[in-house]
Design a protein around this ligand. Structure first.
Ligand SMILES: Nc1ncnc2c1ncn2[C@@H]1O[C@H](COP(=O)(O)OP(=O)(O)OP(=O)(O)O)[C@@H](O)[C@H]1O
Ligand SMILES: [Mg+2]
Length: 380
């Protein structure tokens, strides 16, 4: 049996990242106590999030780090306590009173995988036990009806408190609405800005979403009308930015990040997702071809001090899953489904950190579209 000592164990634990990907749990001061009795190791660790999945992941990471890097047969006992948290700031606005956390999935460039990420994130959160909703706000090409095999579905109507509301469609445990349900997936593209904005307002303000832990909003590419309407309509808890590693996509991702970080908008960017990070041929899964370049989004995340939430390979099964309307995270026990689950865990973790450190987001009031400095409108 190799010597089990505090230093070797601490070194192994410092390979586990905390707070997304930037800092490890040892440097973050999350490891509070390490005790060794022969081949038994007891560790007290604090976790920034109370979410069961986040705590479980930390426990598994610690167990694996010790057994893989120090001693395979070590008996590891992990006690996870949750960091003393101030009450999460309420972001509930008048528009979506029952929704706790609103996350926008955005990019600068089109076609980089926003909708794929949004669909899989929503389904992963629902699989983790969170009540989850999804709004497809992409006027340029609503893709959720196809990605959720719901092309023929239509939202219903429901009466609550004497008022008629739209009743979202529910697929794979996710309540969802798409502009595609109103205009047909091939007509929405010709809508002018005001029509799209009106549809977005209906999906947000005239729909009975009930109590939701998370609402994911899939945005169109760029930084246009829909983005402005959204930050005016609801207080977003955060944005997830998707990019491929290629320079042209990264340049646009920067613009997307800059929009959310503008003083007037001030929506926290929870992290970045590198999509199409590499391609591995099915018969050579260990070989990675960096089709769109290597590590570009990781580099951007380091430069901008933002967490990298996931690196997703270019895989045929992800494209096929989207096309047959069954998001890839639903695959049993595949690498791809694990990656999307990790994305969801990291997103929840970042949101919990955001809620501990930042005040609630406010909706933005923009008095004129051009030139005029937007003003904040307090929610409460
Ligand atoms: N990691 C991946 N591996 C394989 N195919 C992918 C991957 N990510 C996305 N795709 C495919 O690429 C295409 C574009 O993806 P998606 O629609 O998610 O991008 P988008 O950013 O939402 O596009 P748009 O800007 O048009 O809204 C889709 O056919 C999708 O199935
Ligand atoms: Mg899309």
């Amino acid at each position: 049996m190799p010597s089990l000592d505090r230093n070797t164990i601490t070194q192994a634990l410092s390979s586990i990242s905390a707070h997304g990907m930037q800092q490890d749990i040892v440097s973050a001061g999350h490891v509070r106590n390490v005790q060794i009795f022969g081949d038994e190791v007891e560790i007290d660790v604090v976790c920034p999030s109370a979410a069961l999945a986040v705590k479980k992941k930390l426990e598994v990471d610690i167990l694996e780090a010790i057994q893989q890097k120090v001693y395979e047969k070590a008996k590891v006992k992990v006690r996870v306590s949750v960091l003393e948290q101030p009450a999460a700031p309420s972001i509930r606005g008048p528009q979506l009173p029952g929704v706790k956390h609103l996350i926008a999935v955005a990019s600068g460039k089109g076609g980089v995988g926003k909708s794929t990420v949004a669909a899989n994130l929503a389904v992963a959160l629902s699989k983790m036990g969170f009540a989850t909703g999804l709004i497809d706000a992409d006027i340029h090409g609503p893709s959720m009806p196809l990605m959720f095999d719901a092309l023929n579905e239509r939202p219903g109507s429901i009466e609550v408190d004497g008022k008629r509301w739209m009743d979202p469609v529910e697929v794979y445990g996710v309540k969802m609405l798409s502009i595609g349900f109103f205009a047909g997936t091939d007509q929405a593209v010709v809508w002018r800005g005001p029509m799209a904005t009106k549809a977005l307002q209906q999906m947000i303000g005239e729909t009975y979403w009930g109590e939701l832990d998370f609402m994911i909003i899939d945005l169109p590419p760029g930084t246009g009308d829909v983005h402005l309407s959204l930050v005016q309509a609801v207080p977003l808890s955060g944005a997830v930015i998707v990019s491929t590693p290629q320079p042209v996509a990264l340049a646009d991702a920067r613009k997307g990040i800059a929009m959310f970080q503008m003083d007037a908008i001030n929506v926290p960017v929870l992290g970045l997702v590198e999509n199409m990070a590499w391609f591995s041929p099915p018969d050579q899964p260990e070989v990675r071809f960096p089709v769109f370049g290597q590590g570009g989004v990781r580099h951007l995340s380091e430069q901008m001090n933002l967490p990298l939430l996931a690196e997703i390979p270019l895989v045929q099964s992800i494209r096929e899953a989207g096309d047959v309307g069954r998001p890839a995270v639903l695959q049993e026990n595949t690498e791809v489904s694990r990656i999307f689950q990790t994305l969801a865990v990291n997103t929840v973790e970042q949101l919990s950190i955001r809620n501990q450190t930042l005040p609630p987001t406010e909706v933005v009031r923009i008095t004129t579209m051009a030139g005029c400095a937007p003003r904040k409108q307090p929610q409460h």
